[in-house]
Write a protein that binds this ligand. Structure first.
Ligand SMILES: Cc1ncc(COP(=O)(O)O)c(C=O)c1O
Length: 385
């Protein structure tokens, strides 16, 4: 979007390229080959990008499945007209079974007792219900233990209305190549699947790979992959870091999001003046300080206080003082011609300069997805095809 969108109200907004998301999807498709399915992870409001518009764009691009984290997120997609299967990646809560059936959502079973809840609900409406099984292969978070395979098989035998449509696991550190945790998880998973098969149970779709595994570990691709961050244009930070250059070459991506605001206040201050809460920045020279109407409730996270940078008129300038909920102060002393109303780029590209959420996340010691999900619900999103 070359020009700022026209709209009324508080001048902070996100520009989201649905075209970039679709191109990232197609790049993933080419990378993994046509024989495998892709489940687009659109939980967390599609990592802040807007679950409904993003899912519609991905459905057009050919996404086979969608992954969300809650029944409410799944229902939002169904009501918006998404017809593809929707997987509830982190399971479901007792009492949600009827809505799962009604909206044709696919639950992930993470505890054996959940089978009975689903069976009872499916029996009541006289329908068969597909579910996926999550196996805890070493993340030690959600999923049934590999040692519970026999208990699972016995419980499922008592559930004639349920069908195992897929078996999955989640990697704890697929971006790390300095240990062998992912290899170990893969082995545990394949052993578990072999036990199901030996007992005469078809495991359904096998899926394990998140973004880093998709980008760099073909042996984990199974029947379906589950990209999140890749869709929005970001790789992970790898260990060792040199791996990143390799994956950027084999799987180039386009970041889809820009976050921008306009300067709403400009003041010239002498040296020695404290700026913002607790005067955590004090001018050390006569300074021109600008205010942008974006704070941590918008996604300009507080960790950027006194350390972050934004782009104005082709220059990278520092955030000075504490980022507050609604406002942030920046030092524009060195920006010739700076004016009220100038567009400030918080994330994204402006001319030849760019502030990628990937780099910003690295600077403050977090992951890109954390920054993306912080994008506030009050920030208007403008979509570009
Ligand atoms: C089960 C599962 N699969 C896939 C993903 C996507 O992860 P990424 O954004 O690293 O691709 C997530 C995200 O947390 C997840 O929980």
């Amino acid at each position: 979007m070359e020009r700022a969108p026209k709209f009324e109200g508080r001048p902070v907004w996100a520009e989201i390229s649905l075209g970039a998301i679709q191109r990232n999807f197609r790049r993933i498709r080419r990378h993994i080959g046509r024989g495998r399915k892709i489940l687009s992870v659109v939980k967390g409001n599609a990592y802040g990008h807007g679950a409904v518009p993003v899912s519609k764009a991905l459905a057009k691009a050919g996404s086979d499945w969608f992954g969300v984290t809650s029944t409410a997120e799944g229902i939002e997609l169904r009501e918006a007209g998404i017809r593809q299967p929707i997987l509830l990646l982190t399971g479901f809560w007792p009492g949600e079974e009827r809505r799962i059936l009604r909206y044709r959502l696919t639950p992930v079973v993470t505890e054996i007792t959940q089978l009975h809840l689903l069976e009872r609900a499916a029996r009541r409406v006289g329908r068969r219900l597909d579910f996926h099984l999550k196996v805890d292969t070493g993340m030690s978070r959600l999923g049934i233990a590999p040692s519970a395979a026999d208990a699972f098989l016995a419980a499922l035998a008592d559930c004639p209305h349920l069908r195992l449509g897929g078996t999955m696991t989640h990697f704890a550190s697929s971006e790390v190549f300095t240990n062998t945790q992912t290899e170990a998880q893969l082995r545990v998973f394949l052993d578990f699947v072999a036990r199901l098969r030996a007992a005469g149970l078809h495991p359904g779709l096998l899926h394990l790979a998140n973004s880093a595994a998709i980008a760099s570990r073909p042996e984990t691709w199974g029947d379906m992959v589950r990209p999140g961050a890749l869709l929005y244009g970001y790789h992970q930070r790898y260990d060792p870091p040199e791996r990143l250059a390799e994956v950027c070459e084999t799987l180039p991506l386009e970041p889809a999001l820009s976050l921008r605001a306009r300067i709403v206040s400009l003041r010239d201050l002498p040296a020695g003046v404290g700026i913002g809460y607790n005067a955590r920045f004090v001018t050390d020279r006569p300074s021109r300080i600008a205010v942008i109407p974006a704070g941590y409730a918008d996604g300009l996270v507080r960790q950027l206080s006194n350390t972050g940078r934004v782009i104005v008129r082709g220059r990278c300038v520092p955030i000075v003082g504490i980022v507050s909920m609604d406002l942030t102060t920046i030092d524009v002393t060195d920006v010739p011609g700076v004016r009220l109303g100038d567009v400030v780029t918080i994330f994204g590209r402006q001319g030849p300069l760019s502030r990628s959420p990937f780099d910003v996340a690295a600077e403050i010691g977090t992951v890109t997805s954390d920054l993306l999900c912080a994008l506030g619900s009050r920030v208007p999103r403008f979509y570009r095809r």
